[in-house]
Ligand binder design. Structure first.
Ligand code: NAD
Length: 292
């Protein structure tokens, strides 16, 4: 059996094209969707993520404003900046790039953002709304995953989805999304984590297996049921002297051994990664619509 390769780049391009049409429609109503991305410090990975978000905005017709601060900015100054952005009616989405420098309380900063502008979907109000099935802004990475599955022609309703990982940005919101009623959900959900005993016992029961662990090539073929849909959220750098950068990116799934038995699988890179930015565009449009 050869797995269907779920092409995240292609699906993300489709979603971004849809977001552009929606942005154009809002612009024709004199609403210019606007995302402010706040970057604190010089972390190269954060800079790269912010750069790709700004570029995606340009391509989608969303106005983007990049606000940069030195790593030494005080939490109070950052809070004032967020207050100013919350009060600015021309700003629809606010994203503070994480991680923040150690002297800042990330939870407090996240909670300062107006929930209706929280395009990362991390504010406790949005987390609570998601868990009780209310319409809200939901975290970009897990929100993109049902989109990829359904747009690849794979039915989700009634399937057993097993999520490995319980982080607040991927694992937990993933569970909340999958368990809701609806075409892009309605799954029976199991969540596994570092405290799970006999992990493979659970993963082998998965019709849909979602790996968000952060350990390179952790999921091996003997942990996967034949024909399962395997979604690899992991982005891990591993040393590779043959690459100009000296490293390559691999997922949390051992692609070479799992692909031959899976029914469908996402590659790394080119799977879940591109979807995250596409869903951020969708969330910004949604925030702009909600505000008008
Ligand atoms: P995290 O470190 O916050 O959480 C990892 C989770 O894996 C934990 O909940 C832990 O319980 C679980 N875990 C760790 N070791 C385990 C083990 N041996 N057995 C079972 N469970 C175990 O990580 P995260 O932020 O959720 O990210 C996970 C991965 O996804 C990382 O590789 C990250 O880079 C990647 N990621 C990708 C995107 C994207 O856009 N594609 C976005 C966010 C995160």
């Amino acid at each position: 059996m050869t797995a269907k390769i779920i092409d995240g780049k292609k699906i993300a391009a489709e979603i971004r094209a849809e977001a552009k049409l929606e942005a154009d429609e809002l612009i024709s109503q004199n609403i210019q969707p606007c995302l402010v991305v706040v970057l604190v410090g010089e972390d190269p990975a954060s800079k790269a993520y912010v750069g790709s978000k700004v570029k995606a905005c340009e391509e989608t017709g969303i106005k983007s404003i990049k606000v940069t601060h030195p790593a030494g900015i005080s939490e109070a100054e950052l809070m004032s900046e967020i207050d100013r952005l919350n009060a600015d009616n021309s700003v629809h989405g606010i994203l503070v790039q994480l991680p923040l420098p150690k002297h800042m309380d990330e939870d407090a900063v996240t909670e300062r953002i107006d929930p209706s502008k929280d395009v990362d979907g991390f504010h406790p109000v949005n987390v609570g709304k998601l868990s009780i099935g209310l319409d809200c802004l939901t975290p970009c990475t897990p929100t993109g995953i049902p989109e990829m599955i359904v747009r690849s022609g794979i039915e989700m309703s009634g399937k057993h989805a097993v999520v490995i990982g319980r982080s607040n940005i991927v694992g937990k919101p993933m569970m909340s999304l999958l368990v809701q009623k609806g075409e892009k959900a309605n799954c029976t959900v199991t969540c596994c984590h570092s405290g799970t005993k006999d992990l493979a016992y659970f993963t082998r029961q998965a019709d849909i297996l979602i790996a968000a662990i952060g350990v390179p090539e952790f999921v091996k073929a003997d942990m996967v049921k034949e024909g399962a849909t395997v979604i690899d959220v992991g982005i891990n750098r591993v040393d590779d002297a043959t690459k100009p950068r000296g490293y390559k990116l691999v997922g949390d799934v051992d692609y070479a051994s799992v692909e031959p038995i899976a029914g469908a699988i996402t590659p790394v890179p080119g799977g879940v990664g591109p979807m995250t930015v596409a869903m951020l565009m969708k969330n910004t449009i949604k925030a702009a619509r909600m505000r008008g």
